[in-house]
Design a protein around this ligand. Sequence first.
Ligand SMILES: Nc1ncnc2c1ncn2[C@@H]1O[C@H](COP(=O)(O)OP(=O)(O)OP(=O)(O)O)[C@@H](O)[C@H]1O
Ligand SMILES: [Mg+2]
Length: 309
Amino acid sequence: MSMTRLETFVNLGYTKDPLKGKLHETGDMVRCRRILTMAVESRAMVSIVGDRGCGKTEAVKAAMERMDVKTIWPKRVDQENMTIADIKTAMILELSDENVKRGGIVSSAQLRRIVGTASGKRTAHGAETQIVVIIEEAQRLHKNTLRSLKTLREMDWAGKSELFTIILVAQSDPMNHPGVSEVRLRSDIVRMQGLSANEAAHYVRETIGKHFDPRAIELLAELPAARNYLELQELCVTLLNIALAAGRELVSVEDVRSVQPPEAEPVPRGQARGKQPAAPVSGATALQSVLNRRNGDAGGVPADGRASC
Ligand SMILES: Nc1ncnc2c1ncn2[C@@H]1O[C@H](COP(=O)(O)OP(=O)(O)OP(=O)(O)O)[C@@H](O)[C@H]1O
Ligand SMILES: [Mg+2]
């Protein structure tokens, strides 16, 4: 029997998903913040590139929150069809009270005036206002949109050019098109490394660590899936499912061994690899025994974010 993520956490007594919420500072986040701080100061164009779920959006959001900047996130449901007109429209709507003509046609003069005026304003701290345009799923942008973005960033107002910063967030290099070398040469790229084993172990310990044998966390943190938040979360839920189905609330080392791909199994230093049997996944009966125990065990429910059901 396999439960969905939310059902698994409900059965463990949580009222909200414990894997979501508090951000953990990782090496990627620190690097991203440093580079984005510099990019904003220089009004540069920079791509943040990394696998799906490695934490790009969270890292960019966290970096922006720490800076005194005006962020613009142009969005479309069909992001692959994002055009320069969508980006210009988002800029006008975010930076002014002016209307955009039907069909999203924005005149260059209107945009220059609005962006130029907004970037010339002083913040409460007396600094120049920094405008940052952040485009997600940027690997899907058409090469013509990329070229127009470059031109847009170079527009000038009152003797100043490069009026704003562009951050492209992408799963692969957005400049990976023939014919955009003039854009590539004027932009920078930050590749996210993913979670280190220490960071992955810390994340599991701090979120659902009480349901894991400490040695199981160490083993789990070495797996390839633990380089990426989304995959790590999914793996944690799978392991919790296995433990619950076996009538336990604690994920064991054997549970982790049962899900790891054989070639990825890390061999602890100085120790031969022993073949462990997979944890039995016997389903409803074992799970019911955990739930019965939990329901009858009023005193044993931790208070931190977990319901006393
Ligand atoms: N620093 C962090 N601390 C804790 N959890 C995080 C952190 N970064 C990301 N996560 C978790 O991972 C999930 C995915 O992160 P995020 O949306 O930033 O990934 P992404 O790289 O932008 O993915 P995509 O390529 O699909 O857009 C978040 O919803 C959050 O649960
Ligand atoms: Mg994202």
